[in-house]
Design a protein around this ligand. Structure first.
Ligand code: HEC
Length: 234
């Protein structure tokens, strides 16, 4: 359709046709502009920096990966929804969006990605409590308490619990530890429970790399003095 025909269509077809045609045209150009490598990527990186709820340490980091990682963690993946210490302390005072008065959300920096949220047992009385882990970097600068990217990728792709916190009780290495999964239950104790790795495993390597880079840029949270949630910050 050339421009003249378009104008004729618009003038003879009335307002409805005009809205449809213009809507279609602007829709097409937006899709083209946002397609693939260009604008969409840059706008996600930009948005990622806008929404990061903590100061980021960009030293020695790939800036684009950190921005994209922030977008995936804070706009899409809701990692902090589970990896804070729990709903009661996830938001800063006055910044809980679920409260009356519609306050804009303000994340509590003191618990951001520090883990410790207790999801309770999978089977009451029969399994240990499932508790989210500390994802912040330790003194090595690597996230998740010093894990390498290869380890992080393995966790996100397979759900493997590299800390072996709750093995199956039949596991000869552990035998009947109080934190194990009884063999009669269907749960695989070698795998992270509740953690949505069956969804995250669909991400591209580049996206997982971006999340890892972002997690290495957030502030370290020490956590409790001992145990798997503890992090050596300095
Ligand atoms: C629905 C809650 C939930 C969400 C959302 C969630 N996680 Fe988890 N995650 C958990 C829980 C719970 C565990 C520990 C599971 C267990 O002990 O079996 C865990 C464990 C992990 C581990 C293993 C840590 C370790 O030290 O071995 C990593 C890595 C991880 N999560 C990364 C992420 C990232 C990155 C995101 C966001 C993209 C995320 N999680 C979002 C609940 C969640």
């Amino acid at each position: 359709m050339n421009v003249n025909r378009l104008i004729i269509t618009l003038t003879t077809g009335g307002a409805f046709a005009a809205v449809v045609v213009l809507g279609f045209l602007s829709g097409t150009s937006r899709v083209q502009a946002d397609d693939g490598e260009g604008d969409a990527k840059q706008s996600r990186i930009r948005r990622g920096f806008e929404i990061a709820p903590v100061p980021l340490n960009l030293q020695g980091k790939n800036r684009e990966l950190v921005g994209l990682g922030s977008y995936l963690v804070n706009a899409a993946g809701d990692c902090n929804g589970c990896h804070s210490a729990g709903p009661a302390t996830e938001y800063a005072r006055g910044g809980n969006p679920y409260f009356k008065g519609n306050p804009p959300p303000v994340i509590n920096q003191a618990t951001y990605l520090g883990g410790g949220r207790d999801f309770g047992p999978l089977v009451p009385g029969a399994t240990p409590h499932i508790i989210s882990r500390n994802l912040t970097p330790d003194k090595t600068g690597r996230p998740e308490g010093g894990r390498t990217f290869e380890e992080f990728r393995q966790t996100m792709r397979t759900g493997a619990d590299l800390d072996h916190l709750h093995p199956n009780c039949s596991d000869p290495k552990i035998l009947a530890s109080s934190s194990c999964f009884p063999a009669a239950l269907p749960f695989n104790g070698d795998l992270l429970q509740i953690m949505p790795w069956p969804v995250y495993q669909n991400m591209t390597d580049h996206e997982l790399r971006a999340i890892y880079e972002y997690l290495s840029a957030v502030p370290c949270i020490t956590g409790p003095p001992t145990g798997v949630l503890h992090n050596d910050c300095s």
